[in-house]
Write a protein of this length. Sequence first.
Length: 159
Amino acid sequence: MSGHISRRALLAAAGAAAAIAGTGSFAWAQAARAEVQVWKDPNCGCCTGWVEHLKRNGLAVTVTDTGAMNEIKRARGVPEPLASCHTAEVGGYVLEGHVPAHAVQRLLAERPQARGLAVPGMPIGSPGMEGGAPEVYDVILFGSGAPAVFGRYREDRPV
């Protein structure tokens, strides 16, 4: 045995590395194709802005206008302190408020054990809340345990 790597072994190793590296990209691509079901008040402009943000970022969105938002939130287990103006479901998760598409795609790619993501309130500069000086805001992961920061964002980008 000469200590040289055979061409066959080198090609096999390169193929395995490519397959491993591509797994993350594949998960993000699958996440981008997920169907988002949104419930919002029919007169909410910022909710419509958020829906457009999701669509611009490759997510398929179906919208239901309703005046029963409190019931929608309660039925989906949104904690009151995390409530915002619209509620959505995607891939078995709940989305509450102005959650950026990047965070939605990351959620679907990583699949953490949680009920969902929330952006409490209506931070200036978050998707759908454009205008004015953008704030840095937290995207909160919530579920059976204590809520935790899933990511920090300015506008629709992680910081």
